[in-house]
Design a protein around this ligand. Structure first.
Ligand code: NAP
Length: 320
């Protein structure tokens, strides 16, 4: 099969479009023909070796932990899916990813994709939406009527977090630069904040939940907008335990985890018209280097997706 693999850590130049062995589904796994793969910052962080002390990756490694595709083959004991099902998934990020024609995924990491979305749009959803869900609902226990500040509301995670928070009935503050203010409004943000023009803490008060997707100074300045008893959830940097104690705030960094059940719930919300992915752009699999370079700017809006079926481009190496 065709795949994007890395044989060592490094810049975008280590991404190789080449032939790789097709995986075999083990017991409890499903082989999926990948139609599209979402790009997330974790892809280039892994490529650069940032996760090497946490995840036991082996080379050559296939990147990409976001996909939409069709079930091609079933491993022993699989009961919830059948051949031909259209599915989407966040596969286990410690194993080979989805920048490939095929991937073997555990049944528990899959759900039927939303029928109203074609594969390209469906592949934009899983990792970012599940992360937003786990941050806002599992961790912060966001409730209707509460106030939430979402940093980078125009980003991959942020644009789902804004919509999910609105779906829950929260009042939403969100930040982005000038170019993304209209997008924030279209997503339903109640109070849009242009972080290039104003300090978010000057216009945000008594917030129950902050979703920190930025870290550093943005996280540090976020303490002052939170109510006593509020929640600071970071995706990028562990908040200070001393500061949290001093202010009476629950503060934590989370690492998202695959969940087919949550993906099924998210599909229902999409089908109800309450949640939709925004795509910044679509590249063929062969243009993955460009996709990584764009993601690394930190200023794309919504998601970048790789089209895998008909991925075209020139392959390196020999077919195996
Ligand atoms: N812990 C986990 O499980 C987990 C899961 C998913 C993601 N993450 C991490 O969370 C972070 C965000 O992920 P993502 O996929 O949402 O990234 P992304 O899509 O690359 O985020 C890009 C967005 O960030 C906005 N932005 C950049 N600087 C900003 C600032 N100072 N204030 C407000 N907005 C700003 C940009 O808006 P402008 O262009 O308008 O500036 C852009 O729309 C990444 O570091 C990622 O690795 C962690």
């Amino acid at each position: 099969m065709k795949a994007i693999r890395i044989h060592n850590y490094g810049g975008p130049e280590v991404l190789r479009y080449e032939y790789a062995p097709r995986p075999k589904p083990q017991a409890g796994e499903v082989l999926i023909r990948v139609h599209a793969a979402g790009v997330n910052p974790i892809d280039w962080k892994v490529r650069e070796g940032e996760m090497k002390d946490f995840w036991p990756h082996k080379f050559p490694l296939i990147l990409g932990w976001d996909l939409s595709g069709v079930v091609e083959e079933l491993g022993k004991g699989v009961s919830r899916f059948k051949i031909g099902d259209e599915v989407y998934s966040v596969p286990d990020p410690t194993r080979d990813g989805a920048y490939a024609d095929y991937i073997a995924v555990r049944e528990s990491e899959l759900a039927l994709k939303p029928a109203s979305l074609h594969h390209i749009r469906a592949a934009a959803v899983p990792l970012a939406a599940v992360t937003a869900w786990q941050a806002l609902f599992d961790t912060a226990q966001l409730r209707p009527g509460q106030r939430v500040l979402i940093h980078a509301g125009s980003g991959g995670v942020g644009h789902f977090a804004v919509q999910l928070a609105k779906w829950k009935g929260a009042y939403v503050f969100a930040t982005a630069s000038t170019t993304n203010q209209d997008l924030l409004r279209e997503l339903g943000v109640d109070k849009v904040i242009d972080y290039t023009q104003q300090r978010f803490e000057d216009v945000t008060r008594n917030v129950d939940v902050v979703l920190d997707t930025i870290g550093g100074e943005t996280q540090e300045r976020s303490w002052s907008v939170l109510k006593k008893g509020g929640n600071l959830v970071s995706l990028v940097q562990p908040p200070s335990e001393e500061k949290a104690k001093e202010l009476g705030i629950r503060a934590t960094m989370i690492g998202g985890h695959p969940s087919g059940e949550q993906l099924a719930e998210i599909a229902r919300i999409i089908e109800a018209g309450k949640l939709a992915p925004v795509l910044d752009r679509i590249h063929p699999l062969s243009e993955v280097r460009r996709a990584h370079e764009l993601s690394q700017t930190g200023h794309t809006h919504g998601k970048i997706v790789l089209r895998v079926s008909n991925g075209d481009g020139t392959l390196e190496g020999k077919q195996s």
